[in-house]
Design a protein around this ligand. Structure first.
Ligand SMILES: NC(=O)c1ccc[n+]([C@@H]2O[C@H](COP(=O)([O-])OP(=O)(O)OC[C@H]3O[C@@H](n4cnc5c(N)ncnc54)[C@H](OP(=O)(O)O)[C@@H]3O)[C@@H](O)[C@H]2O)c1
Length: 312
């Protein structure tokens, strides 16, 4: 079968579309035909260096949707290594059923980023009616879903984006105000009448974390859930008292979906929102599997919006 392998750590150039042996399911695993692969920023960290996913040489990626070869069941997953491939051997308890009416493309586009947006808005900081929150990179995969999720909880969203096209998408997703990254904390205080936001949702990291603390209301929550601009420097905790008794969380979906039950419950809640039309899943681009390198270049070059998929 064909798959995308990274032979060593590095930039997009280490991704090789190549022939590999078909996977052979072990006990508790099933063979799945992959119909859509989800690209996530974690894939950039995985090929970039140790500590985030598989060690090279390995097939990259963890998300997708497809069909169980033996039973014809339609399934999706967010945490199965080796997902940039035509087939995977999947542990049964890491698969979630895809309901009728949700295509494999939408399932692969929604599951990882949608469950992330769901736990961020419901658990990391449970957004209350009329709360102001700040969503960075709001036209991205997580960002568009999180903006909509915050609106579903009746929050008020201030969004950051880096271009007019992205600003329009964030606005369409429900952001009340869309701003650029320059002096964003000062802009947040203008918009909120000096109060600041109840929570900052930050997947950008190094470039935004410290200024984000200044955008928070007293006792506000900094939810640092990613590092698209690089890992932030270590934080001196005394800063949190000086800036208003703040909280910081560094969450990961792996915690919030750590058991098969938690994974299924959140996937079910997400698919219900999609099925009733409450959540719009934007597939920004679909690339053939052999174009994974280009997809990574576009993602890290900030050229993309919404979700990126690979088609095996
Ligand atoms: N903790 C979790 O459970 C979890 C789960 C899923 C994803 N994440 C994190 O969520 C974040 C978003 O992931 P995603 O897959 O949805 O990606 P994405 O938001 O679609 O793409 C990243 C976006 O970040 C913004 N950005 C700002 N500075 C950047 C820089 N220096 N380089 C590249 N991009 C930059 C860009 O938007 P602008 O051009 O508008 O700034 C870019 O489009 C990532 O940090 C990812 O690790 C975390």
């Amino acid at each position: 079968m064909h798959a995308v392998v990274f032979e060593r750590y590095g930039g997009p150039e280490v991704l090789e579309y190549t022939d590999v042996p078909d996977p052979e399911p072990a006990d508790g695993q099933v063979l799945v035909d992959v119909e859509a692969v989800g690209i996530n920023y974690r894939d950039v960290y995985e090929r970039g260096g140790p500590g985030y996913g598989s060690d090279p040489p390995a097939i990259i990626g963890v998300e997708g949707a497809g069909t169980v070869v033996d039973t014809g069941e339609r399934v999706a997953w967010v945490a199965i290594p080796g997902s940039y491939a035509e087939r995977i051997a999947a542990p049964r308890d890491k698969l979630v059923p895809v309901p009728e009416g949700v295509s494999s493309e939408v399932a692969a586009a929604a599951l990882l980023q949608g469950m992330t947006a769901h736990y961020l808005a419901h658990d990391s900081y449970p957004i209350q009616e009329d709360d102001w929150v700040l969503v960075h990179a709001a036209a991205g995969g997580v960002g568009l879903l999180l903006t909509q999720m915050a609106r579903l909880r009746s929050g008020r969203v201030i969004a950051t984006t880096s271009s007019d096209e992205k600003a329009a998408l964030a606005s369409d997703a429900g952001a009340h105000h869309v701003i650029g990254y320059d002096d964003f904390a000062a802009r947040v205080h203008e918009i909120t009448g000096g109060e600041g936001v109840a929570a900052v949702y930050d997947g950008v990291g190094k470039a935004t974390l410290l200024e984000g603390l200044d955008a928070l209301a007293p006792t506000g929550r900094m939810i640092l859930y990613g590092a698209a601009s690089g890992r932030p420097d270590p934080l001196d905790l005394s800063v949190l008292s000086a800036k208003g008794s703040l909280y910081v969380q560094r969450p990961t979906l792996a915690t919030y979906a750590r058991s098969p039950e938690l994974l299924r419950d959140r996937a079910t809640a997400l698919f219900e929102l999609i099925a009733i039309g409450a959540l719009n899943v934007r597939i920004g681009a679909t690339y053939p599997l052999d174009q994974a390198r280009q997809a990574h270049e576009d993602l890290t070059g900030r050229k993309t919006t919404g979700k990126l998929l690979l088609e095996p």
